[in-house]
Design a protein around this ligand. Structure first.
Ligand code: NAD
Length: 259
């Protein structure tokens, strides 16, 4: 499928692995020039090399913490006029909400709400002037459905979603869209580390925990970063200019709703 975005410039935050990487790969496959980002410089360079080799894409690697002003400056210096912005970041750790102090709560809000808003503030008027912009925020199924231990993630991302619902409408006439893609359980290092922790805490084998976790998923398996990335790239495509302010769940049917 031709997504109609060959040659477009894309910034994909937090993309050295996992969902961000899946999204970066799908955009590279669609012919985009990429700026990718992560904290671990060696891992990021390796990802950049892999994507160049596999897709022949132009890839610039920016090792930086996207939650900081300096990190955001570095991303925009590498790509001052992006056509596509995929907002992604690390997520808060699983934690009983009573264990979160003010500092931890503010850090989660900065990571998963303030940071994407700051980046959007800096790129969206340029997109509007150029008459094309696609912004996708990687949020979480926890926005729609409580997930034990992820209350901070739910709250910060729901705040982002509500904040941008009006902004998306303000820019719709300029062919700039803002949509959110909500992962359910996608098989990344983050998901795996949760199973390792649960196994260490309970003494149960990881395989048993993984099997148990897939039982409620109608697709009977976890999703892959590749599948997730293709959905993200679709909402960056030229043909999706009439879809904005939406929340697209990628969860194998886990969220049990008719609408
Ligand atoms: P992951 O741990 O596998 O990968 C995270 C990536 O983010 C890495 O490339 C890492 O370098 C980068 N990163 C982390 N903090 C960063 C920062 N401050 N600046 C720049 N880069 C940073 O995680 P994932 O599973 O791909 O998840 C990505 C996001 O999606 C997280 O916010 C996570 O909470 C959320 N999420 C994931 C799932 C899932 O099933 N995997 C479900 C719901 C929500």
């Amino acid at each position: 499928m031709d997504l109609g975005i060959s040659g477009r410039k894309a910034i994909v935050c937090a993309s050295s692995r996992g969902l961000g990487r899946g999204s970066a790969e799908a955009l590279a496959d669609a012919g985009c020039e990429l700026v990718i980002n992560g904290i671990d410089a060696a891992r990021l360079e390796k990802t950049a090399d892999d994507i160049r080799a596999r897709y022949g894409a132009k890839v610039t690697a920016v090792a930086a913490d996207v939650s900081t002003r300096e990190g955001q400056d570095a991303l925009l210096a590498a790509c001052p006029e992006p056509d596509i912005l995929v907002n992604n970041n690390g997520g808060p750790p699983f934690r009983d909400f009573r264990e979160l102090d003010r500092e931890a709560i503010l850090k989660g809000v900065a990571q998963n709400m303030v940071t994407p808003i700051e980046l959007i503030q800096r790129v969206i008027d340029g997109m509007a002037e150029r008459g094309f912009g696609r912004i996708v925020n990687i949020t979480s199924l926890s926005v729609k459905m409580p997930i034990a231990g992820l209350d901070l993630s739910s709250g910060a991302r729901a705040g982002l979603t509500a904040f941008l619902a009006g902004v998306a409408r303000d820019y719709a006439a300029k062919n700039v869209t803002i949509n959110n893609v909500l992962p359910g359980k996608i098989d990344t290092d983050r998901l795996a580390s949760g199973f390792e922790r649960a196994s260490a805490n309970t003494g149960r084998p990881i395989a048993e925990i993984r099997e148990e976790q897939t039982r409620d998923i109608p697709a009977a398996r976890f999703g892959t970063a590749e599948e997730f990335g293709k959905v993200c790239a679709f909402f960056c495509s030229a043909g999706t200019g009439y879809v904005t302010g939406q929340n697209i769940v990628v969860d194998g049917g886990l969220y049990p709703a008719a609408f």
